[in-house]
Design a protein. Structure first.
Length: 364
């Protein structure tokens, strides 16, 4: 099983499962920006030898200052972490909720962090009939039934790719609960200004926003993310965080990539072209493609294609193409897969391999 450790992008496990060298896989099971990393990353790597013998800045001050300027917020409303994953875990540990709610399907670390904190977990189902949208129905039911002191939601959500209307978050906040919004993929969204809650989180004592730098800048190996919250609310997270959790190379790379505005613009243009094109081609193969804004797509397998997600993942893996088996997400089953959006020729290989694995070489 490719998701042995709960996530996509595990090339070592792919090697063991499918008997091919890790370098030979085309990986649609994790969602990195295929245009990255930006050139500045290579330059930082070359400079790194000069400062590897020093401790990193324990407060990542230069990077915090750059992020504060990018978002137009105070520096002390930001805490940098070793990937968004560290901050998801840290915020739940700091808040110590007795009961917490998530909207499934979603990123598995929300539920894992809540279980580790021994809180009661409410999993409110997003419905296929509602295109997996976190809507008023969901919010109303969760408020009535969950007893949650903490809501953890993804916007855009993973694996659905759907944004959450800020009005829904405000409804949840109005109950007095704390809300953590994971905006790990928000950099890919051209309408970021209308959907991101970064500004509100910097002022509201019960709202936090988690951001990742690993997806958009394609640097998952370096581990870099940040959380935005009211400075007083962040104090407990700062207290609990492991010292020097963010190494000096990660800090410098973070600073460097933030300066590359051309990379950001090019990435937005690429996604606006490739996602609609790939949607059309996948629909022509019989897939149901759910509406979303991200560099990954949730798909339902064509009725009558005779394959489950696990079998399709295995057949694709043998061909050297990795996809995500949707059945590992609570709230989904073996009718669903998730694929990344990559460069045009890579996407074409995905489509061809799907066609071959589902229908044989002759096409649909
Ligand atoms: C929705 C979501 N949030 C957070 C993360 C973790 O990101 P990071 O690599 O910054 O820890 C992931 C990684 O897959 C994700 O999909």
């Amino acid at each position: 099983m490719l998701e042995r450790y709960g996530h996509g992008g595990d090339l070592r496990t792919a090697e063991e499962c499918f008997g091919l060298p890790s370098s030979s896989f085309l990986d649609f099971s994790s969602n990195m920006n295929p245009l990255g990393p930006p050139d500045a990353v290579r330059e930082e790597l070359a400079r790194y030898a000069a400062y590897i013998d020093r401790y990193p800045d324990p407060a990542s001050r230069r990077l915090s200052a750059k992020l504060a300027a990018k978002h137009g917020i105070e520096e002390n409303a930001i805490l940098i972490g070793n990937g968004a994953a560290e901050l998801i875990d840290l915020v739940v540990r700091a808040l110590r909720p007795k009961a917490a709610a998530i909207a499934v399907p979603c990123f598995s670390e929300y539920g894992d962090a809540i279980r580790k904190a021994e809180a009661v977990l409410y999993e409110g189902l997003l419905l296929e009939a509602e295109q997996f949208e976190l809507n008023q129905r969901w919010a109303k039911e969760a408020l009535e039934r969950s007893g949650a002191e903490l809501y953890m939601i993804g916007s855009p959500n993973n694996p659905t790719g759907a944004l959450v209307e800020p009005a829904r978050v405000k409804e949840l906040l109005a109950s007095g609960a704390t809300v953590v919004v994971d905006e790990a993929f928000m950099d890919f969204v051209p309408e970021e200004k209308s959907y991101s809650l970064v500004q509100e989180a910097s002022r509201h004592p019960h709202l936090f926003v988690v951001r990742s730098m690993t997806k958009f800048y394609s640097i998952p190996g370096i581990r870099l993310g940040y959380i935005i919250g009211h400075p007083e609310s962040l104090a407990e997270l700062r207290r609990l965080q492991v010292p020097w959790s963010v190494n000096s190379l990660a800090q410098s790379i973070g600073e460097a990539v933030l300066s590359d505005e051309a990379f950001a613009q090019k990435s937005l243009r690429w996604l606006q072209e490739e996602r609609p094109r790939m949607t059309r081609e996948l629909e022509a193969l019989g897939f149901r493609v759910y509406p979303g804004v991200t560099n990954y797509m949730l798909l339902r397998l064509p009725e009558g294609c005779g394959l489950h997600s696990r079998e399709l993942q295995r057949k694709m893996g043998v061909e050297g193409v990795l996809i995500r088996d949707g059945s590992h997400f609570p709230g989904l089953d073996e009718r669903y897969i998730r694929v990344a959006v990559k460069l045009r020729e890579q996407n074409a290989r995905l489509i061809d391999t799907l066609r071959t694995c589902m229908y044989g070489t002759g096409g649909q």
